[in-house]
Ligand binder design. Structure first.
Ligand SMILES: *Cc1c(COP(=O)(O)O)cnc(C)c1O
Length: 380
């Protein structure tokens, strides 16, 4: 057995992270505010190219939580959410005592199905409650069907909170993910395309939304010499130390995107002549994915599971796709609209090692084990 583990997605430093962290120590900005926090926000704003206003926060989950608060979501309200996603997309709905309404995926981008989305909105309105917000996810870096989703959003006047946690660097028709809705969440967790060890950000179209986010994230302090509060506050601001890591990472974001995309090209080549497997890719040239994770779909659950176990035996990490939220014990009692697209993807799909720091020797090991699996499996 190979002792060195090949990870699905591990942190990949650019080189200047410690310089920014060092500066924070030297200036004693060891706090959840400071020059790195402001600097990181400006770096991201420039990168997104859409005159956005960015608030750096302690996590992507915190960004989604505050995003829902900014959209006015209160206890008892309904919030539409893509079912096929990580639980952090949906948990903040429950933090607020609101009700999630889950939507199936479509087959092209694996994200919000615009048809099921509209069906759900029409049905919820008929049942007497218009949903307050739509959480759409750019899963594995793949942009959702931006035009279709934004058309439904406009038609019913329900804002989209983009969960862009996996999609920094992805674009639709040349525009960066995270700039389509009034608000978008980014994540800099250790497994994401760039990291601050743990962290996130809320991208706001309007300056006053950013100001409100920072206010809420720093305990909602009113303007007074003493501590005075008229609203519930949160401790969600990013640490200036973490932001220093983020500043170093933003220097290499474009490189990381091209490295992740190269991993997808690598898998496209491996499976080119394999009709048992399809590699997840952009439906057409309007879509540009950062390919945060490369994923494949096999032609049966049994084969998917056998491949996963075969790789595990060789110390190569792979993972089934996100288990849809409407199948999760904590969320199964909430409404669901759609068919079985997400369920089938969950049954047959597998994420493969996708890190930007995988070495040529790692790639050889992956390739060798995948091809020997298909030779053996075919002969069983
Ligand atoms: C990682 C992730 C989040 C949460 O981000 P954290 O920074 O880990 O809180 C939310 N949504 C999706 C789709 C994610 O992948």
């Amino acid at each position: 057995m190979n002792t060195e583990k090949i990870w699905l997605s591990s942190p990949h430093m650019g080189g200047n992270e410690q310089k920014y962290v060092q500066e924070a120590f030297e200036a004693n900005w060891v706090a959840p505010l400071g020059p790195n926090v402001n600097g990181l926000e400006i770096d991201i704003e420039k990168y997104l190219e859409q005159s956005s206003h960015v608030a750096a926060l302690s996590s992507g989950t915190a960004a989604l939580h505050l995003g829902l608060i900014l959209l006015g979501v209160k206890a008892g309200d309904e919030v539409i959410c893509q079912s096929m996603t990580f639980s952090a997309s949906a948990n903040p709905i429950l933090y607020l005592g609101a009700i999630p309404v889950f939507i199936d995926s479509e087959k092209d981008t694996w994200n919000l199905c615009p048809i099921a989305l509209e069906e759900a909105i029409v049905d919820r309105i008929a049942k007497g409650k218009k949903p307050k917000a739509i959480i759409g996810v750019h899963l594995y870096g793949m942009p959702f069907k931006v035009e279709e989703i934004m058309t439904v959003s406009k038609k019913y006047n329900i804002p989209v909170l983009e969960d862009s946690a996996e999609a920094l660097g992805s674009t639709y028709k040349g525009q960066k993910c995270g700039t389509f809705g009034p608000l978008a969440a980014l994540s800099f967790n250790g497994n994401k395309i760039i990291t601050t060890s743990g962290g996130g950000a809320l991208v706001c179209k309007k300056k006053e939304d950013k100001d409100k986010t920072v206010f809420l994230a720093t305990q909602s302090r009113d303007n007074a010499p003493h501590y005075q509060h008229s609203e519930i506050g949160y401790n969600y601001r990013m640490s200036n130390i973490c932001a220093g890591i983020g500043r170093g990472q933003m220097e290499v974001i474009d490189l990381r995107v091209s490295q992740r995309r190269a991993m997808n090209t690598f898998y496209q080549a491996i499976f080119k002549d394999n009709d048992e497997v399809s590699v997840f890719k952009e439906p057409n040239t309007d879509y540009f994915s950062n390919h945060w994770l490369s994923a494949i779909v096999l032609d049966s659950y049994e084969k998917r599971e056998a491949l996963r176990l075969a790789l595990e035996k060789e110390n190569i990490e792979s993972r089934p796709l996100w288990k849809p939220m409407h199948l999760q014990p904590i969320f199964s009692k909430y409404p669901y609209y759609g068919k079985k697209v997400a369920e089938e993807l969950f049954d047959n799909g597998l994420c493969l090692p996708s890190g930007s720091n995988l070495k040529e020797t790692d790639k050889l090991r992956i390739e060798k084990n995948i091809s020997s699996f298909f030779t053996t499996f075919a002969n069983l």
